[in-house]
Design a binder for this molecule. Structure first.
Ligand code: SF4
Length: 225
């Protein structure tokens, strides 16, 4: 894999390529990104499932993978991470926050997410050319217009969402078809899994992300603003 220098500005053809690839298979989007950015590609995973990891590593087996260890993950998530890392022999970076345990998740979730997710991600993506995420349009109303490719102005790199057009059913069918390991909490009703203080199981009929920051009105941690 060759190294590609940081893109200083949006590639001139980004919008055109985003439109061209909008309904392309996820593997084709990943192949485009690998061809364009080479070793400058970083994938972030919350290890809620391993669908994105499976899709991407089939095209780029040695992709740089980042996990943001907030310090508040469920033990089941950390166990799942170990299982998936071994299964795929991942080139994994685990980034911890620069702050120790505190009570900000009780009093100021935005500040807590900023310190434990947003700032570590900024460090993880320094000098990188493109960022691959598992963002999907069907997850929330705020994500309904998420493009397959976009320019991440805040971080100065291209954002690649190969699963942007996938529905929950698409994800489930892919996971079943590939016999992917499932997060241990999925069977207990957890469909979107973040930190334990801010995640509950969802009830029948609720959106998958209804269990995140329940009762607060908060729907995003700040990574995808
Ligand atoms: S999800 Fe909750 S515990 Fe995790 S970083 Fe955000 S506020 Fe803190």
């Amino acid at each position: 894999m060759t190294t590609t220098a940081l893109e200083p500005a949006p590639p001139a053809d980004l919008v055109r390529e985003a439109l061209r690839l909008d309904r392309a298979p996820a593997a084709e989007v990943v192949a485009w990104a690998a061809d364009r950015f080479g070793a400058g590609l970083t994938l972030t995973s919350s290890f809620t499932d391993c669908v994105l990891l499976d899709v991407v590593t089939r095209v780029v087996p040695d992709v740089d993978v980042v996990f943001l260890d907030t310090g508040y993950h469920f033990p089941e998530t950390l166990a799942y991470l170990d299982l998936v890392r071994d299964r795929y022999d991942l080139r994994l970076r685990v980034l911890a926050p620069e702050t120790g345990p505190d009570d900000r998740w009780r009093t100021d979730t935005d500040a807590c997410c900023a310190a434990r997710k947003v700032q570590p991600l900024a460090r993880a993506l320094e000098g990188r050319a493109a960022w691959v995420t598992g963002l999907r349009r069907s997850e929330t109303a705020a994500r309904a217009m998420a493009p397959v490719l976009s320019w991440d102005e805040r971080r100065g790199l291209v954002k690649v969402n190969p699963l942007a057009t996938w529905t929950d059913a698409d994800v489930a069918a892919y996971a079943a078809g590939r016999d992917l390991p499932r997060h241990p909490l999925e069977a207990a009703g957890f469909r979107s899994i973040g930190c334990w203080p801010c995640t509950r199981a969802t009830r029948p009929g609720e959106d998958a992300r209804a269990g995140r920051w329940p009762g607060t009105g908060k729907t995003e941690c700040g990574l995808h603003l």
